[in-house]
Design a protein around this ligand. Structure first.
Ligand code: 4AD
Ligand code: MG
Length: 446
């Protein structure tokens, strides 16, 4: 029978029309002479009603959830008093199974449930992806990536795609994944920052959305060994400009997302009551944060003795303490000006306070750090001293150093962990739920 193929998301406009749809049997309810299918095609859900002859076929009697089907029928508004996704349903007059999923012990519905062991769920990620929540998070993820791109375009940043295979480190040697590159030592990139810096004289302000890799040895809620890193670099700015820019990009991206009714609905479903953060974000100096932690009894174990005690200036604030403080304050926080000892070799010192750096982390309630950024050392001599302090051989960094030699400028940038941003936006317990196929220590399958 003639009927054009339609995707489920556009069906509201086709009420009264005859359509052909394809998809997976998301839910199935069989009565004596009627079969109800909730069909799923990735763009939406549709209740389909098989009655009369349509419900009496071999296919109908053998139907199982997750089978693929083709259905033809008329779209109509659901009768008053009943509900269905989108407010309409399909009265089917012709249909058949394209790919039957198994029934019995091997049935999809027997493979896992919300009580399954986390490692079983991880092994079955290719199937759990089909769940409504998992798919909603991935839809929001796609929306977030395109909204960031649109916001950057509005701010005149150019997108670049730096390499993932590199021969220099950015964020310390301890989290490098090393591999053999035609007999030479190479690494999977930890950050594209250094490459972005070299683009400034060529393209002006730039950004990238690229995978970064960290051989993290901790199994926390917010660490992956491969994550999507959104990084940007801006020329001729100061530290204050940098923070204002980060705030603008985040807030404008959220506004853009919420302007899309489908995204707004998905976000409200995943994170009921979500409200965009208020600007300006709170700015908290590192030294004041240490004071805050001590005044509020948020302590830390001593590195050597393990004894619990007060924080002191110079401490790298641990994840638990950071989260406790952020949750107490309950708003986004620009925690800034960290001591130079706990920060990377490329960071600019605070003028007049050289023990500290023009660095900033953006902390979000429920997650903690989602952005890390800084002003960069613009002076070549100072950069060379930075390499020395960190015990880094400057030779492989010749191209990064040249950036200071041929027309240096004040510049700064940042990296945002896309999965951490999503965990905050969609209120997920771990970043693992925000990645298509998450990788963490001991997990690179499927
Ligand atoms: O703070 P990080 O290490 O900063 C940098 O890499 C800078 N070079 C970025 C720049 O200035 N261009 O990482 C930036 C962000 C963190 O704030 C966090 O959101 C995310 O990347 N991130 C991780 N996300 C998931 N799993 C991990 N193991 C992560 N490590 C960092
Ligand atoms: Mg950081």
């Amino acid at each position: 029978p003639k009927a054009t193929r339609s995707k489920l998301e556009g069906l509201a406009a086709l009420r009264g029309k005859r359509v052909r749809v394809f998809g997976w049997v998301h839910r199935l309810r069989q009565q004596k002479d009627m079969t109800f299918i909730v069909l799923r095609d990735g763009t939406g859900f549709l209740q389909c009603i098989l009655a009369g002859k349509c419900a009496q076929t071999y296919d109908a009697l053998m139907l199982t959830t997750e089978s693929t089907v083709e259905l033809v029928g008329t779209v109509q508004a659901v009768p008053e008093g009943k509900t269905a996704p989108g407010g309409h349903e399909l009265i089917v007059d012709y249909w058949h199974t394209l790919g039957a999923a198994p029934g019995g012990d091997d049935a999809f519905t027997n493979k896992f449930n919300e009580h399954s062991d986390p490692s079983v769920l991880a092994d079955l990620r290719h199937l759990t992806l089909r769940g409504e929540t998992a798919a909603a998070v991935l839809h929001v993820r796609a929306g977030v990536l395109s909204a960031f791109r649109a916001t950057y375009a509005k701010h005149s940043l150019t997108e670049v795609t730096p390499p993932c295979m590199v021969q220099t480190q950015v964020e310390g040697g301890s989290t490098l994944f090393e591999f053999n590159y035609y007999g030479e030592k190479a690494y999977l990139t930890q950050s594209s920052q250094l490459y972005l810096e070299t683009c400034l004289p060529s393209l002006g302000d730039v950004f990238c959305i690229q995978e970064s890799f960290r051989a993290e040895k901790s199994l926390t809620r917010r660490h992956l060994s491969e994550y999507t890193h959104l990084e940007a670099e801006l020329a001729f700015i100061n530290f204050d400009d940098l923070m204002t820019h980060i705030e603008s990009i985040i807030c404008e991206t959220i506004d853009l997302l919420l302007a899309d009714p489908r995204m707004a609905e998905l976000i409200q479903t995943l994170n009921p009551g979500f409200k965009p953060p208020k600007r300006p974000f709170m700015r908290l100096d590192y030294k004041d944060a240490i004071k805050y932690l001590n005044e509020h009894g948020i302590q830390r174990p001593d590195e050597e003795t393990g004894e619990i005690g007060d924080h002191v200036i110079g401490d790298d604030i641990a994840e638990a303490a950071e989260r406790q403080m952020t949750d107490q304050l309950g708003v986004p926080i620009f925690l800034n000006k960290f001591p130079k000892e706990i920060k990377a070799f490329y960071m600019k010192k605070v003028p007049g306070d050289p023990g500290f750096t023009e660095s900033v982390d953006l902390l979000m309630p429920g997650v903690g750090e989602i952005v890390g950024g800084s002003m960069r050392i613009a002076d070549m001599q100072e950069l060379l001293e930075g390499y020395k302090r960190e015990g880094i051989d400057p030779a492989p960094y010749y191209w990064f150093t040249d950036q200071r030699k041929y027309g240096t400028c004040e510049h700064g940038g940042y990296g945002l962990g896309v999965e951490r941003f999503l965990a905050w936006l969609t209120k997920r317990f771990t970043v693992r739920e925000c990645s298509l196929y998450p990788r963490w220590m001991g997990r690179a399958t499927p």
